[in-house]
Design a protein around this ligand. Sequence first.
Ligand SMILES: [Zn+2]
Length: 215
Amino acid sequence: NCWFIEHAGHCSKRPYLQQQYVCQQVTYTDLLALTVLPPGVDKAEWLASNTVAFFKHINLFSSALSEFCTPSTCPTACGPVYVWTDDHGRKLKCSAPLYLDYAMSYIQDLLTDEAVFPTKAGSLFPTGFVFLVQKVFLLLFRTLAHIYWSHYRETLALGLHPHLNTLFTHLTLFCRQHALLDSEDTEPLQDLISALGQHVSKLPIPNHLTPAPIP
Ligand SMILES: [Zn+2]
């Protein structure tokens, strides 16, 4: 089961890059520190629990916008054309909502498959587990990419853009930390990743976190 995006040109307007929006996040927490494997935790366990958490957040986010994402508003999504390759290797050119539906159901099925994401103590993760996790993160990345490309106006209207920026920043940092996405996968939104990254490094340190001056 594999999939790819054909690029059909970039959107000319990228409101999500505007400085007044890029600088808005819901937390000043050090997101990079949150991505690091905590000492004593099994790497597969860490990937699994984060995969489940990211899926829950991104699924919720995309449901909040689903009424705006229909085959007529998003026949192909702005920018990329979505192609889903089914289990038999057939390529289906589909509307964005259908592609996102396939993606969410695929992930949901994986996460509830005890052979892939074991929940019982002492169970082993399967060979190829990291490969499956990489697939899941690629689909999650593309879901957020579609929201930035095609539903940023609605995201702004609902006041959800700080959440979107935080979720996206956390996801891309997590993927970089654990080598889950190729640079060609993230390339379509590299401008945003850079803008958000630059911003994170320039964030003012909240007062209560500033070390007290040495007398
Ligand atoms: Zn859409």
